[in-house]
Design a protein around this ligand. Structure first.
Ligand SMILES: C[S@@+](CC[C@H](N)C(=O)[O-])C[C@H]1O[C@@H](n2cnc3c(N)ncnc32)[C@H](O)[C@@H]1O
Length: 273
């Protein structure tokens, strides 16, 4: 059978649809990526062309395929203790400043958590830092892709995902068999997972009164308009003086002035003013 070809016109329709629903903008130069990734969906759905797929997501079915589409168009690269300087600032400065302001609890949201490594890293840090033991701790991990959330709930990882975990934590919090690392159930139960699209106002508005949001390495996939939308919704979800971490290589400079950047040990954390 001849492999289907993604025509330019169909690509643009699909690109616009994905952009409208998820904020993710796929430039012309990444057409091949969409073509390759969607081929899997076409095969699974036994469709003969990309036009048939476009028709399916736009006009037929009950919207179920949109979840499948999100699963394949998202880039889910992540690992435990990614960008560790930010976690040092979180546990060494941000959490103590929340505690010293008299908080009895702390609510943290990992806003595009992929397969769970980010919120579970936060859970491990809470468990290690005994000074947080009297705090009520709530950790929420969310993502637009249901597929990665299923993997997050299974919490079984490859050696690649745990390569940055300090040796003593690896021994303490993972059961290793062969190349597979299963997370300690105690850490697992500390995180609640939700399916949230960061550019869907109704969904994001279900989260309120957060102390800290980690929104790392996701805004890079959005165009400026959707960056502004997502960041403004996150702003509203935070308590006054709440904190936001974005990726180390990202900046809010052209996105918003609503946060105050604070630099600690060469790491920037944004505070709601
Ligand atoms: C590269 S991963 C980053 C994971 C983690 N935050 C980290 O820094 O290691 C980006 C994640 O953003 C998610 N994502 C993309 N668009 C999204 C949207 N509109 N709403 C919520 N999550 C989204 C993807 O599914 C993917 O899991």
């Amino acid at each position: 059978m001849v492999a289907p070809v993604l025509k330019d016109d169909t690509f643009r329709h699909l690109r616009d649809f994905i952009h409208e629903k998820s904020g993710i903008y796929i430039p012309d130069t990444k057409k091949y990526l969409l073509e390759n990734r969607l081929l899997r969906r076409l095969e699974e759905k036994k469709l003969k062309s990309y036009e048939d797929y476009l028709y399916l997501i736009k006009y037929s079915g009950n919207g179920d395929e949109i979840a499948g589409l999100f699963d394949v168009v998202t880039t889910n690269e992540t690992y435990f203790f990614r960008e560790p300087r930010q976690f040092d600032v979180f546990i060494g400065h941000v959490v103590p400043s929340i505690v010293s302001a008299g908080a009895r609890g702390i609510r943290v949201w990992s806003a595009a958590c992929s397969t769970g490594e980010e919120p579970y890293t936060i859970a491990i840090l809470f468990n290690e830092h005994r000074e947080t033991r009297l705090l009520r701790k709530e950790i929420i991990g969310s993502d637009i892709s249901k597929g990665v959330l299923e993997a997050a709930k299974r919490s079984v990882y490859s050696s690649y995902a745990v390569r940055n975990v300090p040796e003593e934590y690896l021994k303490k919090y993972f059961r290793n068999s062969g190349n597979v690392y299963s997370l300690d159930p105690k850490i697992k139960t500390m995180v609640k997972f939700l399916n949230i699209n960061l550019v869907d106002e109704k969904q994001v508005r279900t989260l309120r009164n957060l102390d800290v949001v980690f929104c790392r390495n996701v805004l890079i996939y959005f165009d400026d308009k959707n960056k502004r939308k997502a960041v403004s919704l996150i702003y509203d979800s935070l308590k006054p003086k709440g904190y936001l971490f974005i990726g180390m290589s990202e900046s809010l400079h052209t996105v918003t002035r609503a946060f105050r950047p604070i630099s600690i040990n060469k790491t920037v954390v944004y505070q709601k003013v």
